[in-house]
Design a protein around this ligand. Structure first.
Ligand code: UDP
Length: 327
């Protein structure tokens, strides 16, 4: 069976990707430093502990497994933190990715699937965000991901490394069997924080800003179910292996929901109230990020099946209550 190197395979999205890769007949080899990932989430293939900043370790892993492709999920991904300690984001995300991309190119591994982000677009009022939109990130997280996109472009030209770049909108939900799910410490993402507030693991959800220029004053995001997202990665892999070349795809549904709308839906799905408090804006947050593109549907044949708020909250709630999820 062919191997795929999955950086960040012990993390939220990476672990779901490993499950999907195994189901598709590949061996997912997880490369993870366990800084934010969890060893217990590595269930679907071999584990290679290592750090992207350790180039020698990467070379060792490429030599040991000869992967036919890389899926690169490993990254620091908190918008707020990236504004406080930008150097960490540039070092880990950009420096780590440079090591990985060079190691892949030198090992002759020519196919690369990269997790980028809608945060590379920045705050663009009334603009439909498609893949050709200008990229003007307003936080260090988005800036670091844009730099990696540029890097992949350069390595495509010089080393023949072909990449599918996915610009994720907001990922939520969990595996339907609750084998894997979202588990960050500290947690910073909206849906798990709402569920924590609902079941008393935290006092209240703080709404970051109620004075945005949106109908209810809170930020709007486009939420995608993690299982739909990893389906797109499998299609991206097939795309590269069919020789279709490098391409960028947004992964969003095209529908935006405000923070309050997500809270209300979570209350409906769980049948419980969400204790909330209103707080200040979080530095680096864009007012609205919604995909305006159907390129992934049209070209990859991607169909988001579980990306309704109901499904995302219900699956996240099931995971939350599964016992895997501990305080
Ligand atoms: N958010 C919030 N309170 C929280 C965490 C997040 O109001 O405790 C808001 C945040 O300002 C953003 C949305 O929820 O508008 C999604 O934030 P998240 O951190 O989940 O993802 P991001 O959009 O930063 O990638």
């Amino acid at each position: 069976m062919e191997k795929i190197l999955v950086t960040g395979g012990a993390g939220y999205i990476g672990s779901h990707a490993c499950k999907a890769l195994k189901a598709a007949g590949f061996i997912p080899v997880t490369f993870d430093n366990l800084a934010t990932g969890w060893k217990d989430a590595v269930k679907f293939g071999p584990f290679e502990e290592g750090d992207l900043l350790d180039r020698a370790r990467l070379d060792e892993v490429f030599a040991a497994h000869a992967p036919v492709a890389v899926m690169h999920f490993a990254a620091l991904s908190q918008v707020g933190e990236s504004m406080q300690v930008p150097g960490k984001y540039w070092r880990v995300n950009v420096g780590g990715s440079l090591n990985l991309i060079e190691a892949a190119a030198e090992a002759g591994c020519k196919h690369f699937v990269f997790s980028s982000t809608c945060a590379t677009y920045g705050d663009q009022d009334n603009v439909v965000l498609d893949e050709d939109s200008a990229q003007r990130p307003i936080n260090a997280y988005g800036a670091s991901k844009r730099a990696i996109e540029d890097m992949l472009h350069d390595f495509g030209a010089s080393a023949g490394l072909e990449s599918v770049i996915f610009r994720y909108f907001n990922v939520a939900g969990a595996d339907r069997d609750a084998e894997v799910g979202e588990f960050h410490r500290p947690e910073t993402h909206l849906v798990p924080l709402i569920l924590d507030a609902i079941d008393g693991k935290r006092d209240a959800l703080t709404i970051f800003g109620t004075d945005y220029d949106t109908p209810d004053g809170t930020c709007i995001r486009d939420y995608v179910h993690v299982c739909d997202l990893v389906d797109a990665h499998l299609l991206g892999l097939t795309w590269l292996r069919a020789g279709k070349g490098s391409r960028v795809f947004n992964l969003g549904t095209g529908e935006g929901f405000s923070v309050r709308e997500v809270m209300n839906r979570a209350a409906e799905v769980t049948g419980r109230e969400v204790p909330t408090q209103e707080g200040a804006r979080r530095a680096g947050d864009c007012t609205k990020l919604v995909s305006g593109s159907v390129r992934a549907e049209r070209e990859l044949g991607w169909t988001p099946r579980r990306s309704t708020l109901e499904h995302m909250v219900a699956d996240a709630w099931k995971w939350h209550q599964s016992g895997h999820y501990e305080k």
